[in-house]
Design a protein around this ligand. Structure first.
Ligand SMILES: CC(=O)[C@](C)(O)C(=O)O
Length: 295
């Protein structure tokens, strides 16, 4: 057993996918599978239950996970302690994300980073997540949290952190939108929608309109970012398809209802992006290395 194998095991647990872990480690899925097979042979028991769609830990895998996490952290710590050029990193890191991500996904990442690099100043700005990639490209941000676009620009490195599911939210109060949704069949063409201007969520919504055969949706308004859409739904302006995480963190989440969709809306991947060439810069490199330890 070597530390690199422990890391591969931890990556699979984190991404819940052999394919994604293989991509992340620049190897083929079959090579990764063989490495895990060898670990399982050494341990004498399977670590994962595999089927075509998902990867689950066995009981032995669960126990091994505790050991693997601890050993990997100890290994990282001793490497840092024994490193001859153990100068503490200093400087500034400009981060950009949505207001929601600043509540939901950023804190765990920043907590670890701050602990390890207390002298690096984090300069955080928040806004429309659709602008995240642009902000990294234009150097307004060093690093952004962003939904993965369908095609990632070749100069951008992307680290997956979570799958973002979306739901249809509707007002709780009686209004024209809720009336329309009570009819059967629903006349989707006339239901007023509040939409994000652009970005991965908007792409999923447009795709859903196509699947639902809504040629020209009735658009009440298009809005920058996602957060402001929730109160607009709450006061009865219309309905919206939004990332669940945005709704959960909204102060008016108790004033909206979820509406079950026959055709579900496709999730998108949330991750961290940075310009590939900037991964050589010490602070960015440190941030990136820490991401792969987040389990
Ligand atoms: C894209 C993104 O940052 C979120 C968390 O999904 C959002 O704010 O919508």
């Amino acid at each position: 057993m070597n530390f690199q194998n422990l890391k591969l095991f931890l990556d699979i647990v984190q991404t819940k996918s052999f394919i994604r872990s293989a991509e992340k480690n620049y190897m083929s899925a079959s090579t990764l599978s063989r490495q895990i097979q060898r670990m399982e042979d050494e341990i004498g028991q399977p670590l994962f239950l595999r089927d075509n769609r998902q990867v689950c830990l066995t009981d032995a895998g669960q126990r091994f996970l505790v050991f693997a996490k601890q050993s990997w952290e100890n290994w990282q710590q001793i490497q840092r302690d024994l490193s001859p050029d153990q100068k503490e990193l200093e400087g500034e890191l400009k981060l950009f994300c949505s207001v929601t991500a600043a509540y939901s996904h950023l804190p765990t990442i920043l907590e670890k980073f701050r602990k390890r690099y207390p002298k690096i100043e984090i300069v955080l700005s928040t806004g429309d997540p659709a602008k995240a990639l642009h902000n990294v490209q234009s150097l307004q941000a060093d690093i952004s949290l962003t939904g993965k676009p369908e095609t990632l620009p070749p100069n951008i490195a992307f680290h997956f952190i979570d799958n973002i599911t979306l739901s249809l939210i509707v007002p709780r109060i009686a209004c024209s939108a809720t009336q329309l949704l009570q009819q059967s069949p629903i006349d989707w063409q006339n239901v007023p929608f509040i939409l994000p201007v652009e970005g991965p969520a908007r792409k999923r919504i447009d795709h859903w309109f196509k699947l639902q055969k809504i040629k020209e949706p009735k658009i009440y308004a298009t809005v920058e970012g996602h957060e402001a859409i929730v109160p607009m739904v709450a006061v009865g302006c219309g309905v919206a398809l939004l990332p669940d995480v945005v709704v959960q963190h909204s102060p008016v989440s108790n004033q909206i209802s979820y509406f079950n969709l026959t055709l579900p809306i496709q999730p998108f991947e949330l991750g961290i992006c940075v310009q590939q060439r900037r991964l050589q810069e010490p602070i960015i490199q440190a941030f990136w290395a820490l991401l792969s330890d987040l389990n």
